[in-house]
Design a protein around this ligand. Structure first.
Ligand code: HEC
Length: 157
């Protein structure tokens, strides 16, 4: 099994090298980071890197995706899973909603809050100026704190 895998990797490597710069996998260049090589090696066994980078996700979503890839057969230790999830969360996260510049609709859609909650944020912004951080946002009256906490990764200031 192990020998087959090594052989397979060797063949894949040679064909990649032969393909030069024209293969579809070459279109994706990962940003430098701790998990770059690991992802290039592990996450290309079954599909291209385009599959990996075309789905921006929050940290929890990346964790469950990477875990499901491990179930499918990706070989990563628990520690490597952490490294990969951290890296993917930094570089491939969905666009965050800026709570200081977003309009009512964007706040509603992006944070999945009610119209009344979005209005409360606008109102608070108007009265108190820019919201500086998450603790500041928590002070806005009338927000569902639990829902807010679950969206922490999708918010910027
Ligand atoms: C053993 C094969 C295999 C490996 C290794 C693998 N994947 Fe996948 N991946 C799949 C399959 C199969 C799909 C297609 C979706 C499905 O059938 O669930 C997929 C789909 C995806 C998707 C699309 C979203 C989704 O959940 O369908 C992402 C993102 C992804 N993989 C990321 C990764 C990352 C990151 C790694 C490396 C940690 C990785 N994959 C390694 C098999 C693999």
């Amino acid at each position: 099994m192990r020998v087959t895998r090594v052989l397979f990797a060797a063949v894949a490597f040679v064909s990649l090298a032969l393909a030069g710069t024209s293969g579809p996998a070459d279109d994706v260049v990962l940003p430098d980071g701790k998990a770059k090589a690991l992802i290039e090696n592990t996450c290309t066994e079954c599909h291209g890197l385009d599959q990996v980078v075309s789905s921006p996700m929050s940290s929890e979503q990346w964790r469950s995706t990477v875990k499901s890839m491990v179930k499918k057969g990706a070989t990563l230790s628990a520690e490597q899973i952490d490294t990969v999830v951290d890296y993917l969360t930094v570089y491939f996260s969905p666009d965050r909603v800026n709570v200081n510049t977003a309009g009512a609709q964007e706040l509603q859609d992006g944070l999945q809050i009610t119209a009344a909650e979005a209005a409360a944020i606008l109102q608070y912004r108007k009265a108190n100026g820019a919201i500086k951080d998450f603790a500041g946002l928590q002070k806005v009256p009338g927000l569902d704190q639990k829902k807010l906490a679950s969206k922490k990764d999708s918010i910027s200031f």
